[in-house]
Design a binder for this molecule. Structure first.
Ligand code: NAI
Length: 467
């Protein structure tokens, strides 16, 4: 196997940034350059005060330790490619908005453009690694493009190395992953390339956690993992509706079933619905794959996971309106949390967006607070990136600087993200500052329901029926 000395990562986003920063941190003998076409993003990665473009606990320390040593951020994509022995392709693969497969299939345009760039500027052989989440058999298309455009003497080995980190815990996940998965062709050169990449990870990850499989299994495993994870959430959310209707309590049910060692306790928290850039996108991608393989029953099965998630968000919004005497028009609703989960500033597909849109449609006044999401990001999400005018959104949406300010004078507080700081707010003080009756809707099951009821709040918690 080739000894990897220089790595380039194409795409300095939520995956490329943390992943390759950790590789640089753990492998001081390897030079790592992370490139992106987005100048503002690269400038932020290079910010002298380390105001990095993404918030992730522990990330700043990793970047501080190696930036300028063996970790570089640059917009010089071609130079980065030309110098590297190993190339991570970590570009975005969003759901297609138009054309064939719109609303389901992954948009592979960014992957193709990056692949064509690699073919064009490479003057030596490379190991090309798919880090992005892609449909099964994308590596084959990449290989065709690379081989058709390669300079003489340049060989390309393609590996699949999907990323399993979770936003909010990315650095911990990268330091000690449950497993690293590498897929390769089973040819001699495929296996040798696989060994080269495995040797990079082996600098800090025990060998028995580095799994090597075939290319197609590796690609499919990423979609499968996300589909199964999201399915657990939709299953528990479906049960939360039954709990509310019967007087059962979803936390108690989750605790009871999680003790079964075949099920395990993790990922059984009911909520207002999952968000994030991956679950929905990857399931829709799997659904599309199944449809194209003429497996409609399989496609329908997985699609139900996304449908249940939409249902949960709608059900929760409806519950807010129903509970507040069937109208929220003109009422003030404080939404605490806008990120799709705690410990990240990422709002992609956040349930909070859907909730606020529902509240706006009912002509409520919404006041939003999130510790990590900026006002400009919130406005981009609520205007659907400029599709709706900012003025019309600002008419009934305000962004507050503190949770207390968001809640002051409101009729209801809605917990949309499970930030720890919401648990320890002075709820008595908040109650005193609100209109009465004061409602709390806990969409994340993080608050002490009994304590809030004692203060005087009317509390509605996901998955908790009247006793
Ligand atoms: P992102 O949108 O944050 O980052 C992608 C970056 O690639 C952007 O900054 C974009 O400017 C850049 N880019 C696109 N085309 C380029 C090109 N031709 N040359 C140079 N730069 C280019 O996306 P994110 O979240 O990092 O996701 C990347 C991939 O990783 C996706 O396929 C996603 O499904 C997958 N993934 C994401 C996870 C997450 O938690 N966000 C977890 C695991 C996988």
């Amino acid at each position: 196997p080739v000894e990897v000395k220089k790595i380039v990562c194409i795409g300095a986003g939520y995956v490329g940034g943390p992943t390759c920063s950790v590789i640089a941190f753990k492998c001081p003998h390897i030079q790592v350059t992370i490139v992106d076409l987005n100048q503002a993003r690269i400038d932020a990665w290079n910010d002298p005060d380390f105001n990095l473009p993404i918030y992730e606990p522990g990330l700043v320390d990793v970047v501080k330790a190696c930036r300028g040593r063996n970790l570089f951020f640059s917009t010089e994509v071609d130079k980065g490619i030309a110098e590297a022995d190993l190339i991570f392709v970590s570009v975005n693969t969003p759901t297609k908005k138009s054309g064939l497969g719109a609303g389901f299939a992954a948009d592979l345009n960014y992957i193709e453009l990056a692949t064509r760039r690699i073919a064009e500027v490479s003057t030596s052989s490379k190991i090309v690694v798919e880090k992005s989440t892609v449909p099964c058999r994308t590596a084959e298309s990449m290989r065709t493009i690379l081989e058709a455009n390669a300079k003489p003497g340049c060989n390309f080995d393609i590996l699949s190395n999907p990323e399993f980190l979770a936003e909010g815990t990315a650095i911990d996940d990268l330091f000690a992953p449950d497993r690293v998965l590498i897929g390769s062709l089973q040819s001699a050169s495929g296996k040798s390339a696989c060994e080269s990449l495995a040797n990079v990870y082996a600098n800090w990850i025990p060998r028995d956690r580095i799994l090597t499989v075939g290319l197609w299994s590796s690609e499919l495993s990423k979609l499968a993992a996300n589909a199964m994870l999201a399915q657990r959430i939709s299953s528990v959310n479906a049960l939360s509706a039954v709990c509310e209707a019967t007087g059962a309590n979803i936390d108690e049910v989750a605790y009871a079933i999680g003790k079964d060692s075949r099920l395990g306790p993790k990922f059984l928290k009911a909520s207002v619905g999952f968000g994030g850039s991956c679950f929905q996108k990857d399931i829709l991608n799997l659904v599309y794959l199944c449809e194209s393989l003429h497996l409609p029953a399989v496609a329908k099965y997985w699609h139900a996971v996304v449908e249940m998630n939409e249902h949960q968000k709608d059900r929760f919004s409806k519950k807010v309106v129903d509970t507040m005497f069937n109208t929220i028009t003109g009422k003030k609703i404080a939404v605490l949390g806008f990120a799709f989960k705690k410990d990240t500033g990422d709002t992609r597909e956040s349930a909070a967006i859907t909730l606020v849109n529902h509240f706006r449609a009912e002509r409520a006044h919404v006041s939003i607070y999130d510790p990590e999401v900026t006002e400009s990001t919130i406005m981009l999400d609520l205007t659907n990136y400029g599709e709706i005018s900012a003025e019309s959104v600002q008419k009934n949406v305000k962004v507050a600087k503190t949770a207390e300010a968001a809640c002051c004078g409101s009729n209801a507080v809605v917990i949309a993200t499970e930030w720890d700081e919401f648990k320890t707010l002075d709820w008595q003080k908040i109650y005193d500052s609100m209109d009465k009756p004061a409602f709390v809707f806990d969409g994340r099951l993080i608050l002490d329901r009994e304590a809030l009821i004692k203060i005087g709040f009317k509390v509605t918690t996901i998955g908790t029926g009247a006793i």
